[in-house]
Design a protein around this ligand. Structure first.
Ligand SMILES: [Zn+2]
Length: 129
């Protein structure tokens, strides 16, 4: 697993990981939740902005609001079409630390948020096709 070294954000994540490792609640999650949490921490979730960097033909925009890049931050923190899910599953003032480096319960909810958001964006894609 060599993804820590990629880009500036990757290095910031690496620093967090090191300092939190001894008590990192990621170890208490299911395998699926662990994979989701790691992908979100390292910005390697299969979202359009990341897919576009692998394949330039792939449009980088968010399928839900259509005028923002679909980055990890956009999906987790900013897309207004996910405000309802965010209210149910994320803290009142969500940021990367309190949703991805947090209690077991919050990490589980963050993982759930991601999978529900991902389902919603997949439907939006189908409508576009
Ligand atoms: Zn959006």
């Amino acid at each position: 697993m060599n993804y820590w070294a990629i880009g500036q954000t990757g290095r910031v994540v690496y620093k967090y990981m090191n300092s939190l490792k001894p008590n990192d609640n990621i170890q208490t999650l299911s395998r699926k939740e662990q994979v989701t949490t790691l992908r979100l921490r390292t910005q390697h979730a299969p979202l359009n902005y990341h897919l576009n960097r692998i394949n330039p033909q792939h449009p980088p925009l968010c399928p839900l609001c259509k005028d923002q890049f679909e980055t990890t931050d956009h999906l987790l923190l900013h897309c207004f079409n996910l405000d309802d899910l965010r209210q149910n599953l994320l803290p009142p003032t969500p940021d990367i630390t309190n949703i991805l480096f947090s209690t077991t319960e919050q990490l589980k909810n963050t993982s759930k948020f991601y999978h529900m958001a991902h389902g919603r964006r997949a439907n939006a894609h189908r409508l576009l096709d």
